[in-house]
Design a protein around this ligand. Structure first.
Ligand code: NAD
Length: 424
């Protein structure tokens, strides 16, 4: 899909849901565009002395429910269309999951792997400075996303607090534990997804063991894999940017060992760990898949957990999973979504499946504001409560209105946004 009409495509489920519940036309027009967009050209000097300009973005999509909230992505493909789409999904997600936040998203158009640590810190601080008039605990609260982590969030908090002249921990979430982060934030997106998946298989009457393929082995993919592995699922396909590993015998990978192996090697390929051993000598073409083959592999559950637009009209007809569980944002194009629906494949949408991250971000924000420190047990049980409640609501809507889970999720979000629309 060309980038030019990308955002129009992103709005399709919103429009379908609005028609289904006869939502007000002006309301729909208002939430079909962001409230504010920030585009930056940051002058930057590399360690070598080379000078350049770096593109930065922040889209503040909607704040009717609370401060704008959403991650920062550092990736060479970050552009305005992508950030706008991600910010829109955050509005829908936050409305659906019931946290007091609006939607936002941002990013830098860089490949962070090509930056030294010093350069990355300098650039992050510069980005923070440029955004500082427009962010804040009650205004806009960023968080981690692709290629950003707690260290980067700590730099943002530090720089912003320096500019403000007092500590402002709640200006950003996903910080390190030592710097006011919440217990359980790292695992939150994966764990939240697990709670939803468990409810879903109960509703569908599916019995474990179920086989799973996961695309992406970063924060979201690796935590989801680890949790599913610990709860009786068979993880038979795993991948990262360099390729995938496949267990054709369907015994299931030992995800803890795979993770350890990836940490040592830097990539997944060859981390063929089953039971208590890793067969690192296994031939490259034996049990290794491309990312395309991964999506089509014969499993019960397919979990995209990397980037958007990986399931398209070209491969949707070849997907053989019973459930597509969207842990990445926007992995399925609208055309692919239609094909999957027609083929009877259950799609659990991103805005529901991966809402655990922002839910625990909310817990972190709350703890920072009240000077509390929650135990991991409290974080997990409140996360379970929130995710289960949101899933049950979406499931009920889908049954009552006879719509799929994506449209049901959008109906739930529209309902909350409509009730909180400010008078003007
Ligand atoms: P991350 O940077 O930690 O990991 C991304 C992973 O994707 C890496 O393993 C990378 O190797 C892999 N990858 C990148 N390009 C790929 C490709 N072309 N094919 C296969 N794998 C590829 O990022 P993350 O935080 O895990 O985010 C992953 C997805 O989940 C994104 O869509 C993000 O927006 C979404 N998400 C993240 C959070 C969160 O809390 N981090 C919350 C909600 C949604």
């Amino acid at each position: 899909m060309g980038r030019s009409n990308y955002f129009d495509q992103v709005l399709i489920p919103l429009k379908k849901a609005a028609v289904k519940i006869k939502a007000d036309k002006t309301f729909l027009e208002i939430i079909s565009q962001p409230q504010r967009i920030i585009e930056l050209n940051l002058p930057f000097v590399y360690d070598s002395g080379k000078k350049d300009f770096i593109k930065g973005y922040r889209v503040q999509y909607n704040n009717w429910l609370g401060p704008f909230k959403g991650g920062l992505r550092f990736h060479p493909k970050v552009d305005m269309d992508e950030v706008k789409s991600l910010a829109f999904w955050m509005m829908i997600k936050n409305a659906l999951i019931g946290v007091p936040f609006g939607g936002g998203k941002g990013g830098l158009q860089i490949d962070p792997k090509k930056f030294s640590e010093k350069e990355l810190e300098r650039l992050t601080r510069q980005f923070t400075k440029a955004l500082s008039p427009n962010i804040g605990e009650d205004v806009d609260v960023p968080a981690p996303d692709v290629n950003t982590n707690s260290k980067i969030m700590d730099w943002i908090e530090d720089e912003y607090s320096k500019l403000l002249g007092k500590r402002s921990k709640a200006v950003v979430t996903g910080k390190s534990l030592a710097n006011g982060g919440s217990k359980g934030r790292e695992e939150a997106t994966g764990l939240g997804g697990f709670f939803v998946l468990e409810k879903l298989i109960e509703k569908l009457g599916l019995k474990k063991p179920l086989t799973v393929a996961i695309q992406g082995f970063g924060n979201v993919g690796s935590n989801m894999a680890r949790i599913l592995y610990g709860n009786g699922y068979l993880i038979v396909v795993l991948s990262d940017i360099k390729g995938a590993i496949y267990d054709p015998q369907k015994i299931g990978f030992n995800v803890d060992l795979v993770k350890q192996c990836k940490e040592e090697k830097g990539f997944l390929a060859g981390c063929y760990c089953i039971g208590s051993v890793c067969d690192l000598a296994r031939k490259v073409d034996d049990g290794i898949l491309t990312n395309e083959e991964l999506l089509e592999s014969p499993v019960d559950i397919l979990i995209p957990a990397a980037l958007e637009n990986v399931i398209t009209e070209h491969n949707a007809g070849k997907i053989s999973a019973k459930i597509v569980f969207e842990m990445a944002n926007g992995p399925t194009t609208p055309k692919a979504d239609e094909i999957l629906n027609k083929r009877g494949i259950m799609v659990v949408p991103d805005v529901l499946a991966n809402a655990g991250g922002v839910t625990v971000s909310y817990f972190e924000w709350l703890q920072n504001r009240t000077q509390e420190r929650w135990t991991i047990q409290k974080v997990r049980s409140k996360l379970k409560e929130n995710m289960t409640k949101a899933f049950e609501n979406v499931w009920d809507i889908s049954q009552k209105k006879k719509v799929n889970l994506r449209i049901a999720s959008y109906i739930a979000a529209i309902d909350r946004l409509q009730r909180n629309q400010p008078g003007f």
